[in-house]
Write a protein that binds this ligand. Structure first.
Ligand SMILES: [Zn+2]
Length: 541
């Protein structure tokens, strides 16, 4: 027991592992020193610690949990992907068109939008009809909600020199109509990149400011750690360094750069080389891969084509090269996590991971959107964890299957959507996340969606496969300890010797109505022993 401690936090309920296991959550304290939890106990026992604490934070009757972790975020890519008007709440094409027209009035040379759900186009493919309310010569570019596709105006296509279909090194494509004229719809990164690289860029300082605001926003919803799963922005490390030159990152960040489809051993060697690069709160660790794209864009890898005859192949034109990439990193002790959405893609990744020698390197899979029983068993046998995004299910699909995702899959495969409960009950470690900016990063809404299988605050919406809902303690565990387990590290619980990551809410996620919990206040976050967000009554000694 250290003589003096950095921090003593008092709360009305402290959600220790025994509280998550069903014991009554008692009022208590957590003592923190040197980035670690050094004491946990009941409120009565706090007095002996109080005198030795540099700082005491009394949260009254609030609930203290292990720190929330978002297992899947794109904060730096999100700077560019969230430029312009937020279209994520547009429910009709008309609404989206009007929002863009309003944005155009104050916009510069380019009109930007993001977060658009392709469901606004109904049964037809997304196209530059989106810009019908803008003058035809207007430069406009809108990212779709899944961040895998975009729509460019005719003027933007012209400036980018896009005049028809093009061939790429991966399965990206430029949609064209019957005459071969581009419709404005661009699928996957190589195609969207044809336009993003001619878009005027933000200055480094503008990007740094935007990034701090993104991290700050995450912290204010309770997030203490995030895993960034991309390397699309070459200035990312410089941005982190620039932020840390002036202060701290508001959350701890693990960066797992991407070995892109089609990459070769020389690329993998570079990614292996930068493992361990770090600042104070960020570190490069692990590798992200992608076996397929998305159901919505017809770029997932399914056993049988979707109802439009698409989603038939891996993003890797030669899937054995994906296997070689995973083996390359595994042999060097580098953890991987692979985006796998379609049933064949998930199967291929699970089989690949199953084939690795069991050396304790933790591997994970992302998304797992449509999962047949036999592939679920393969994941169990592979002994890997999964990272899932409950809000992708609740925000982008509908129980009646009238959404694009479900229509493309058909009833049978749509009824295997986001099987969080089945995976958990089979013993697979589940880590929750948002995939921001694909879905909002608010951890309270993610937890509520995991428990409700519909968006928080929308009792009018029919839940999607409600038997896949997670019970509150399981959901909270998956949004805290689940990530730590998925990366093979000890943490994510409130106990002596654990790393000090904490989040406090004004409501208890184990007992509150999930809709009400989604609007609870975040009162405190502690990141590696340091207080980051503090909306409590602070008692300074
Ligand atoms: Zn992602």
């Amino acid at each position: 027991m250290p003589e003096n401690i950095d921090l003593l936090v008092l709360a009305g309920a402290v959600l220790t592992p025994s509280a998550l296991a069903g014991a009554p959550a008692e009022a208590g304290f957590v003592a923190v020193h040197d980035g670690q939890i050094v004491g946990v106990g009941t409120r009565d026992a706090a007095d002996s610690w109080r005198a030795r604490a540099q700082r005491v934070i009394d949260l009254g009757d609030a609930t203290l949990t292990a720190g929330i972790v978002d297992a899947h975020i794109h904060p730096v890519a999100g700077i560019g992907m969230t430029r312009g008007v937020d279209l994520s709440t547009a429910e009709t094409l008309d609404e989206a068109q009007r929002a863009l027209a309003a944005e155009a009035r104050d916009a510069g040379e380019w009109v930007f939008g993001w977060g658009l759900n392709p469901n606004v186009f109904g049964a037809v493919a997304p196209s530059a009809r989106l810009f019908d309310l803008l003058p035809p010569d207007r430069l406009a570019f809108v990212q779709l909600f899944d961040a895998h596709s975009a729509i460019a105006s005719a003027a933007a296509l012209e400036r980018a020199g896009i005049t028809g279909a093009e061939t790429f090194d991966d399965s990206s494509s430029i949609a064209v109509d019957a005459d071969g004229t581009p419709t404005g719809y661009l699928l996957e990164h190589s195609a969207t990149g044809r336009v993003t690289r001619i878009v005027p860029s933000l200055t480094f300082d503008e990007r740094r400011e935007a990034l701090v605001a993104i991290f700050r926003g995450m912290a204010e919803t309770g997030v203490t750690i995030g895993q960034m799963l991309d390397s699309s922005d070459p200035d990312a490390f410089d941005l982190f360094d620039a932020i840390e030159a002036e202060g701290e990152l508001p959350i701890r960040l693990r960066v797992s750069p991407m070995a892109v489809p089609g990459s070769a051993e020389s690329d993998w060697a570079r990614l292996a080389d930068i493992q361990g690069r770090h600042g104070r709160r960020w570190e490069v660790r692990g590798i992200k891969l992608m076996i397929d794209g998305t159901i919505d864009n017809g770029t997932a890898w399914l056993r049988e084509p979707d109802t439009l005859g698409e989603s038939t192949a891996s993003l890797w034109l030669s899937p054995p090269e994906y296997v070689a990439a995973v083996e390359y990193f595994h042999a060097r002790g580098i953890p991987t996590t692979t985006h796998a959405i379609g049933d064949r893609g998930i199967e291929f990744v699970a089989a690949t991971l199953n084939g690795l020698e069991r050396t304790g390197v933790p591997h994970r899979m992302e998304h797992i959107e449509t999962l047949p029983d036999d592939v679920l068993e393969l994941i169990v046998r592979a002994g890997v964890s999964v990272s899932m995004q409950p809000t992708h299910c609740t925000h982008f699909t509908r129980a009646d299957h009238t959404d694009n995702w479900s229509r493309r899959l058909g009833d049978e495969r749509a009824d295997r959507a986001w099987r969080t409960r089945d995976l958990h009950e089979k013993g697979v470690v589940v880590a929750l996340g948002s995939d921001w900016p694909v879905a909002p990063y608010d951890a309270r809404a993610t937890l509520a969606a995991a428990m409700l299988r519909r968006p928080a605050g929308r009792a009018d919406v029919t839940p999607v496969l409600p038997d896949q809902a997670l019970d509150a303690p399981v959901a909270l565990d998956a949004h805290t300890r689940g990530w730590w387990r998925s990366v093979g590290e000890s943490g994510g619980t409130i106990g002596e010797g654990m790393p000090a990551y904490l989040t406090a809410f004004s409501a208890n996620p184990l007992s509150a109505d999930p809709d009400a919990f989604a609007t609870a206040e975040v009162l405190l976050t502690v990141v590696g022993g340091d207080v980051e967000v503090d909306r409590s009554v602070v008692v300074q000694r």
